[in-house]
Design a protein around this ligand. Structure first.
Ligand code: 2RA
Length: 340
């Protein structure tokens, strides 16, 4: 006996990755439905590498009754319209930012706060964190458990796939146009992204930070520990897939680089790749398609008391979105929706 699972936004970057991962991980499925806007209705898409094909249904008239779970990957506007309706029929796991800070909705990274999942019954909705938050808390959690984190300073280097297809198309077209001497006039991003970096992701807030930076602060506090101080600078870089982060951490007690490496080597969801030599670290192109949150460059920060620096890389479409959502579905099935 398996689960009947709906993927909403099945034709987008994250929705396709959700289907791919559901098929890769042999998720206990009785049935899977691919749902998207009316524009995609009737399209035939692959169910990952399973060899099966799925016919896309129209979200507008899709009936969620009788399904077990609905994985939403279609943005906040669609979740606002359809997640409550879906939650009346089945449990919703929403990748948008809409419900993340709702006190009645658990915000879950299974390696970090699985116990918080029990709170899903209030709204029958579970929130998936922002991609840049997810990989960071996977790396921070094992260190926090041992040496208690006081403060985190993070700079991100976020790939264009975080913006969806339009961001990827802009990087591709601008890069090509530079070589053929055509215009690189930005259209999707405010400035040129090819061979450039843009210190701005999501909307600017009153205090001069961006919403992406705000998400990293408040989501880390909700998932890991509200007492941790977090400050972030989120930057868009000319990489197609894979977010990288430079993370500076201050702890309540001393922790050596060696001790941190030993902890991270054994930590759930973490792959430590850390040799102090050329190439002894992970770069975004190497993380694509992988499940792991990679950690490299672990070293003490002697400019502060109990300081540590590290480098963290992960596939933002996987651990940052689709994989985390599927892992939540697996946990939900194991802990709360036992079948058979
Ligand atoms: C981004 N984290 O990278 C945001 C949304 N995926 O654009």
């Amino acid at each position: 006996m398996g689960y009947r699972v709906v993927v909403v936004g099945a034709t987008g970057n994250v929705g396709r990755e959700m289907l791919q991962i559901l098929s890769e991980r042999q998720f206990p499925l009785d049935e899977v439905a691919a749902v998207a806007s009316s524009r995609s209705q009737g399209d035939i898409i692959d169910f990952g590498d399973s060899g099966e094909e799925l016919k896309v249904s129209n979200l507008e008239n899709f009936d969620f009754a009788g399904w077990d779970m609905a994985l939403f990957a279609a943005g906040s506007a669609v979740s606002k319209l359809h997640a409550p309706r879906a939650a009346a029929g089945c449990t919703v796991i929403d990748n948008s930012s809409l419900y993340r800070m709702d006190p009645d909705v658990p915000l879950i990274v299974p390696e970090v706060n699985p116990e918080a999942l029990a709170g899903y019954k209030a709204r029958n909705i579970i929130a998936n964190p922002n991609c840049s938050t997810a990989q960071m808390v996977v790396a921070l959690k094992p260190l926090h458990d041992v040496a208690k984190i006081k403060r985190v300073v993070v700079s991100t280097y976020q790939s264009v796939s975080g913006s969806g297809k339009q961001g990827m198309d802009e990087l591709f077209n601008q890069s090509r146009n530079i070589f053929v001497g055509d215009s690189v006039e930005p259209s999707f991003y405010p400035k040129q992204i090819a061979f450039n970096v843009i210190p701005h992701i999501d909307d600017f807030l009153e205090d001069g930070t961006t919403k992406e930076e705000w998400k990293m602060v408040v989501e880390t506090k909700k998932i890991l520990d509200p007492k941790i101080k977090v400050t972030a600078t989120c930057v868009r870089v000319p990489v197609f897939v894979g977010h990288s982060e430079s993370i500076n951490i201050e702890f309540e007690r001393d922790i050596s680089a060696q001790e941190a490496q030993d902890i991270l080597r054994e930590a759930p969801g973490v792959m430590l790749v850390d040799k102090r030599e050329p190439g002894g670290y992970v770069t975004p192109v190497e993380c694509v398609g992988d499940y792991a949150t990679f950690v490299s460059r672990v070293r003490e920060d002697t400019t502060v008391e109990n300081g540590l620096n590290l480098w963290c890389v992960s596939d933002n479409l996987r651990k940052g979105a689709a994989l985390n959502a599927v892992q939540i579905a697996e946990l939900l099935g194991r802990k709360h929706l036992q079948k058979g």
